[in-house]
Design a protein around this ligand. Structure first.
Ligand SMILES: Nc1ncnc2c1ncn2[C@@H]1O[C@H](COP(=O)(O)OP(=O)(O)OP(=O)(O)O)[C@@H](O)[C@H]1O
Ligand SMILES: [Mg+2]
Length: 539
């Protein structure tokens, strides 16, 4: 029997132990939108407390309030037995509460150490003591296996590495209560395991973790307590022992959700995206893509599996026109676009769901409607060169309803939407791009909830069946497996193996991919299309 909506009592808890973090009757609205309604929550010390719920359920808002980053309209916040009257981030940090936000708050041109000390710069004799901070970061990184180089420039780091910088930053400030808002959304399974080992180590050291995530297997793997939110309210508090994913989903959504994708075999047509002999240099000046060949045909999904840092970011950027190509070529629908601008590639039929929605895909100050037509403006103009407002609005209304984007007001500012709903805006726009024949799709369900995950997957498969050629990148191997018709493994800048047909259906395929991705095993050297990529790279 699940303890649904049961009032919080001290019964399960020794009365002498104060919660590390406690909220009592917290409410918060933004304009007319209720983000939190009368939420009470206790996070006990030395626990890993998972916070789950659909996109827009109010998880981030609630934790921002606990952290002093947002102000509640009503309710109380307690930290370690002390009531916060004038709450602020500074007070939280002083009391040992740190938060890693869903969208990173790092400054790209600065180094890791500069980012970590920002706002808390250590001084010695009136001078910034960055050397000491760098040594401390190195020590923390080593102690918790975080693999962070204090002197690297943040903008050169992968998203996964930036994630770890955020964690180091909180630890460096001496926090022992960590609020992590979707820390695993961008990590590979191996990185997730590493992070969880870190978190378990932290808890064994006496720390407390609040973990917001949409990945229920993670919740089951690591949490001791699960709080479920729906539409701003706390609807259940479940002890993790004996809990199943289905029970959590039921509490979250209020209905059962299909967790597998229905998909018929692909019937690929002509080649739409062709990459040959591609060489690309990383921002650090090192070779990132080294002689890569691939072909994606109309009506198929080619998935790329790889551990971050093996060239996927550079490969994506080279294909979409954000990074120069050293050698080799990129062809879209027969047109050589190797040196073409981003705009020219769109014209040639390219659509793109980027890895990082804030950097590349959204203008946060624009409305949903305007974001839904970004890059389409040219198609939407009439003779008089005036944007066709009516068509824009119709299109926005249709996509908002098809993709279940919330809130549904097309005039709503995208910056005020929850993370998962922002992602839906990007995916809706790119999947519905008229004239697109090739879709480069990275982390399409990053941060979206179970229900939206299901619908985005369905739409990607529908787009394939309409004849789109899809190149899919995802850190989530089970997502790759359920969507892809073929999976190619990217290792050290080249494709070292391709799995398809029975090999892809085999029960041990995830382990097999894992081995190939880390170079532990080498493929039977069957490159996806051409020859050059198969040899010499993996060993
Ligand atoms: N700054 C803001 N301005 C306006 N509305 C906001 C703002 N922040 C949050 N909201 C609204 O509050 C509600 C809760 O948002 P919140 O970001 O807390 O959801 P969430 O549970 O974290 O969702 P997700 O899983 O998508 O990250 C949403 O309807 C959102 O649109
Ligand atoms: Mg959120």
């Amino acid at each position: 029997m699940l303890a649904m909506s049961e009032p919080l009592t001290q019964s399960a808890v020794s009365p002498r132990v104060s919660p590390a973090l406690e909220l009592r009757g917290v409410s918060k609205s933004y304009g007319g939108v209720v983000a939190n309604r009368d939420v009470s929550l206790q996070v006990m010390p030395r626990s890993i407390h998972a916070l789950v719920g659909e996109n827009g359920a109010g998880k981030s808002t609630l934790m921002k309030i606990a952290y002093g980053h947002a102000r509640a309209d009503a309710g109380e916040i307690w930290i370690k037995g002390e009531r916060m009257t004038r709450h602020s981030v500074a007070r939280s940090i002083r009391l040992g509460v740190g938060m890693v936000h869903q969208h990173f708050m790092l400054v790209g041109p600065l180094t890791v150490v500069e980012n970590v000390v920002l706002g808390q710069e250590p001084v010695r004799g009136g001078l910034l003591d960055l050397d000491r901070a760098a040594a401390e970061i190195r020590a923390l990184s080593q102690r918790f296996g975080l693999d962070v180089d204090p002197l690297a420039k943040v903008e050169d780091l992968s998203v996964g590495q930036q994630q770890r910088v955020e964690i180091v930053k909180v630890l460096w400030r001496g926090c022992d209560v960590l609020i992590l808002d979707e820390p695993t959304a961008v990590l590979t399974p191996g990185e997730v395991r590493d992070l969880f080992a870190v978190l378990r180590g932290l808890v064994a050291d006496g720390m407390t973790v609040v973990l917001i995530t949409h990945k229920l297997d993670e919740v089951l793997a690591i949490a001791s307590v699960v709080t479920v939110m729906r539409r701003g309210q706390r609807v259940a508090e479940l002890p993790a022992a004996g809990l199943t994913a289905e029970q959590i989903v039921q509490a979250m959504v209020g209905r059962p959700v299909q967790l597998q994708v229905d998909k018929s075999p692909a019937s690929p047509g002509e080649a739409r995206l062709r990459v040959t002999g591609l060489h690309v240099t990383s921002s650090r000046g090192t070779p990132a893509v080294r002689g890569l060949d691939l072909t994606v045909r109309a009506g198929e999904i080619l998935g790329i599996a790889g551990v971050e840092g093996n060239g996927q970011t550079e490969l994506i950027e080279a294909i979409v026109g954000l990074r120069a190509v050293d050698r080799g070529s990129v062809t879209i629908a027969g047109r050589d676009v190797t040196t073409a601008s981003v705009a020219a590639r769109y014209e040639a039929g390219l659509a793109h769901v980027p890895e990082d929605r804030h950097d590349r895909a959204l203008v946060l100050d624009y409305s949903i409607r305007d974001n839904l037509i970004l890059g389409l403006q040219r198609k939407m103009v009439r003779v008089l060169d005036v944007l066709d407002r009516k068509r824009m609005s119709e299109r926005a209304a249709r996509l908002i309803s098809e993709f279940d984007i919330r809130p549904t007001d097309p005039g709503f500012r995208v910056g005020g939407m929850s993370g998962g709903n922002q992602q839906k805006v990007v995916v809706a726009r790119e999947l519905s791009r008229e004239g697109a024949t090739v879709l480069v799709c990275a982390q399409p369900t990053r941060g979206v909830d179970i229900g939206a995950n299901e619908s985005i997957h369905r739409r990607i498969v529908e787009a394939r069946d309409r004849g789109l050629a899809i190149l899919l990148f995802s850190a989530d191997l089970s997502e790759l497996r359920s969507l892809s018709d073929r999976i190619a493994v990217l290792y050290k800048g080249a494709l070292v193996a391709t799995l398809e047909g029975p090999a892809l259906a085999a029960p041990d395929v995830l382990d097999r991919l894992g081995g190939l991705m880390t170079g532990a095993t080498t493929g039977a050297a069957k490159a996806p299309d051409a020859s050059a990529s198969a040899s010499g790279v993996a060993s």
